[in-house]
Design a binder for this molecule. Structure first.
Ligand code: SAH
Ligand code: SF4
Ligand code: F3S
Length: 468
């Protein structure tokens, strides 16, 4: 048993990274059994779930979409805001109920919630029906814990780690687009954020291992690779091997993948060299997610974001100038402790200035253990909700205006599948990462095709595939 521990999580003393081969062969002791997996949170978690799927398959299990049919339930959780937490706790209630009739049902919690001190204690005290808790830093222990099947709760959470798993053999959801993890953890400690506590120190993979994984994907016909990290552009800083994110990006681009993307970039780590590489290669998509969080210097300082609004603007303008047609999106938090109406006005100002292609906007949510949870927060929730609404009006206005610029144009779209809302249509993304519903034949799935844009809304475009 190993419980999450935030003092361990906070440790950023330099360590030597160990690369661990996790492609171990397990006996199929769960043959004939079914697993149900539910994923919450960011792309990192979605990708971690592809790792979980592989472990389940290796143990002999098959996936089921029906909760009631499952012999093993895995909730891969997110801790970023209180509503993410509540969703999981609500779902756990349903799982608990099933255990009454199915005595040997196994319930496992993975993901960021498993690495929260208060959640682990709550699970031990109030949710004894949960069998396994495994942390993000040692997800590779999940098969081991399932094999051991200890009686009682089996909690194994490493709050920090010097290990990077290699040779993961992901069971990928798509044959068209692939996620590639280039680094784990986060060292930034933005004062509102739980991630440095739930994912531990920054650890980069070696460039040669990343390139090997990417070249396999290219050989297998993948059309798009997205490089993943909480701070992708801090890649390599922990290694001191003389290469950085720009070098990695360039080398992956040279492998000839048709589309290359990356998330998420931190403004503080963005260099001119990175901008030049993005501009130089046609297969690096002109799309950058560049979270600003607030338009007020005072709030940015309290958030420990390490840049001023002026510095952000300078970077933003450099990207717009040097990368033709670049689309930039952002994340913004309203109602951070102590945010005044004046501070918020500055956030509206930056949204007006940047005219973002899109933005994820959030009301600040206090996370236990973070620095901001100790700050005085006296803005009523109602006021924060009003600020969010006012901000969203500006954000939606510009995303619609930016989308409307494409009306009547023919743009390349990577077709990913049938549209969920309307199965007579397809859906895909432009190079600038705009969602398009497309009229066209199903054999276009997996291809990059020109689409004539006929309608534009705030969150999507409509168009027809152009016959070559
Ligand atoms: N590593 C990425 C994304 C982290 S989480 C980055 O640094 O940009 C995604 C977004 O969730 C953040 O950008 C932030 O806007 C938001 N977020 C994080 N913690 C939050 C909190 N406590 N309350 C509200 N929003 C939060
Ligand atoms: Fe959280 Fe900041 Fe790290 Fe992003 S950079 S994961 S917001 S601490
Ligand atoms: Fe959530 Fe953890 Fe991702 S908190 S957003 S799943 S890094």
């Amino acid at each position: 048993m190993k419980l999450p521990n935030y003092n361990e999580a906070k440790n950023r003393e330099k360590v030597d990274i160990k690369y661990l081969d996790v492609n171990i062969k397990y006996d199929e002791i769960y043959k004939g059994k079914k697993y149900f997996l539910r994923t919450y949170g960011c792309q990192m978690n979605v990708h971690d779930s592809e790792q979980i799927k592989r472990y389940m398959t290796m143990l002999g299990m098959e996936a089921t979409e029906t909760l009631e049919d499952a012999d093993v339930i895995v909730l891969n959780t997110c801790a970023i805001r209180e509503n993410a937490h509540e969703k999981v706790m609500g779902y756990l209630g349903r799982c608990k109920h099933l255990k009454k009739t199915k005595k040997d049902l196994i319930i496992a919690i993975t993901g960021c919630m498993a690495s929260q001190e208060d959640v682990a204690l709550d699970i031990m005290k109030n949710h004894k029906y949960v069998d396994i808790l495994v942390g993000t830093n040692n997800l590779y222990d999940l098969p081991k814990l399932l094999i051991e099947k200890k009686t009682g709760q089996n909690i194994e959470v490493y709050s920090n780690s010097d290990i990077v798993p290699e040779n993961v053999n992901y069971e990928r959801d798509s044959k068209i687009c692939a996620w590639v993890n280039i680094m784990y953890g986060c060292d930034k400690f933005c004062t509102y954020c739980i991630v440095p506590f739930t994912r531990g120190r920054e650890r980069s993979r070696k460039m040669e291992n990343i390139l090997e994984e990417c070249s396999h994907l290219v050989q297998n016909g993948y059309q798009e690779i997205t490089l993943l990290g909480q701070n992708v552009n801090a890649y390599g800083n922990d290694l001191n091997l003389g290469y950085d994110f720009a070098d990695l990006l360039e080398n992956v681009a040279k492998l000839g993948i048709p589309r290359l993307r990356f998330v998420t970039s931190h403004p503080w780590n963005f260099t001119d060299k990175m901008i030049d590489v993005i501009a130089k290669y046609d297969n690096i998509m002109p799309y950058i997610h560049l979270p600003i969080q607030s338009g007020s210097d005072a709030i940015l300082k309290k958030m420990n974001r390490r840049y001023t609004v002026e510095e952000y603007k300078e970077l933003f303008n450099k990207m717009k100038d040097r990368i033709p047609g670049v689309s930039i999106t952002t994340d913004i938090i309203v109602g951070f402790p102590g945010e005044t109406e004046e501070d918020f006005q500055k956030t509206l100002d930056i949204a007006e200035y940047c005219k973002y292609d899109g933005a994820y906007t959030f009301i600040y949510s206090e996370r236990k253990g973070t620095a901001s949870s100790f700050m005085k927060d006296d803005t009523p929730l109602k006021e924060k909700e009003e600020r969010l609404q006012r901000l969203n009006e500006v954000i939606n206005k510009y995303s619609r205006i930016n989308n409307e610029k494409l009306l009547g144009k023919e743009v390349p779209v990577l077709i990913l599948g049938e549209s969920e809302k309307d199965s007579t249509k397809l859906y895909g993304y432009t190079d600038t990462y705009k969602l398009v519903n497309v009229i066209g034949s199903k054999d276009l799935i997996g291809k990059i095709v020109n689409v004539k844009i006929e309608d534009a809304k705030s969150f999507s475009l409509d168009g027809t595939a152009v016959k070559e």
